[in-house]
Write a protein that binds this ligand. Structure first.
Ligand code: FE2
Length: 318
């Protein structure tokens, strides 16, 4: 079995015009639009699908307010899709579209689907950095980005009341790996067919909630080109640019009229199964540096990270 990451995020939205404009400004390619919805795609072949909130074809909302209604996970083959459908069909309702896409829900109530995903590789261009004493780029300037064009859907994030139940489902039923745990805050998970630090994060929350979707861009220049463009178009960020210590990801979150936030992310860590998951103090892990210092960082957090013991204990016991 191999889950290749998020194939599509399907939203139910209140304002189709505004949400379509948001994702166009964000840099996604608009593939189709009519009065019922809009669809965007990314270079890897993943998609963002916007549908009117009242569309009867959508799963009912799993959380308050606008947001994602379903996450469709891409899988490597029809055999993997069918194996997942057969396994999950043992203890929940599973339906199937004419094209073979499978729909069901996870153990915390989030609607999920599975579709064969011919994920395209991204033609990468090395970012060559100069530093004092380490000059790699001679007689050449950095690449200039006229606009950001996110390449991949990197991860999705949900608030859940029972983090252990959510983690157990994705690890035991779908083969996800735990990358790291932020003490009291949440658990980072990586799909078995991906190497990005995380493709899913469950945040401890009083109730089930949609939080954000993150899109991978080439580097800090493409990220800031996107951030500048979004600012000029009137879309705002609460804390601006920063870098997480957990995952090393450079982030820029923008409030999304489709619900939650959309994040540009760059320079994330990539992991293999050799990786040893760590336990982090949440504030220490969340911020290495950040554009607008949140009140919680009035004092520099103390160094606080260690390897997790094996087998990895439950989140709620740490
Ligand atoms: Fe994120």
């Amino acid at each position: 079995m191999s889950v290749l990451g998020v194939e599509s995020v399907v939203y139910g939205v209140d304002d189709l015009a505004a949400t379509t404009r948001f994702y166009e400004d964000f840099g996604l390619r608009l593939v189709s639009r009519d009065e019922t919805g809009a669809e965007f795609d990314l270079p890897e072949g993943s998609r963002i699908v916007l549908r009117a909130a009242g569309d009867p074809a959508l799963p009912p909302p799993f959380a308050e307010g606008p947001g994602a209604r379903e996450i469709v996970w891409g899988v490597d083959s029809a055999a993997s899709r069918d194996a997942i459908a057969s396994d999950l069909g043992a203890d929940r309702n599973v339906t199937r579209d004419a094209d073979g896409t499978v729909h069901t829900h996870d153990d915390v109530g989030i609607p999920i689907g599975f579709r064969v995903f011919a994920r395209k590789s991204i033609p990468g261009e090395a970012t060559v950095e100069n530093a004092p004493g380490d000059v790699k780029r001679w007689n050449a300037h950095r690449r200039w980005y006229p606009r950001a064009q996110p390449k991949i859907i990197h991860h999705t994030v949900f608030g859940v009341s029972d983090v252990d139940a959510a983690v157990a489902f994705y690890v035991e039923r779908l083969g996800f790996r735990i990358s790291d745990i932020s003490r009291g805050l949440g658990v980072f998970l990586r799909a078995d067919g991906r190497n990005d630090h995380h493709n899913l994060f469950f945040l401890k929350s009083p109730r089930l909630a949609w939080h954000h979707v993150s899109f991978g861009v080439d580097n800090i220049d493409e990220l800031m080109t996107g951030a500048d463009h979004m600012q000029r178009k009137g879309w705002s960020s609460d804390i601006g640019i920063g870098r997480h210590r957990i995952s090393s990801t450079i982030f820029y979150y923008i409030r999304n009229p489709a619900g939650g936030a959309a994040e540009y992310s760059a320079d994330t860590d990539y992991l293999t199964d050799e990786w040893q998951p760590r336990l982090w103090n949440p504030i220490f892990g969340n911020f290495h540096w950040v554009g607008t210092l949140p009140p919680v960082l009035a004092r520099e957090p103390e160094w606080d990270v260690r390897l997790l013991e094996q087998p990895i204990p439950k989140f709620s016991t740490l």
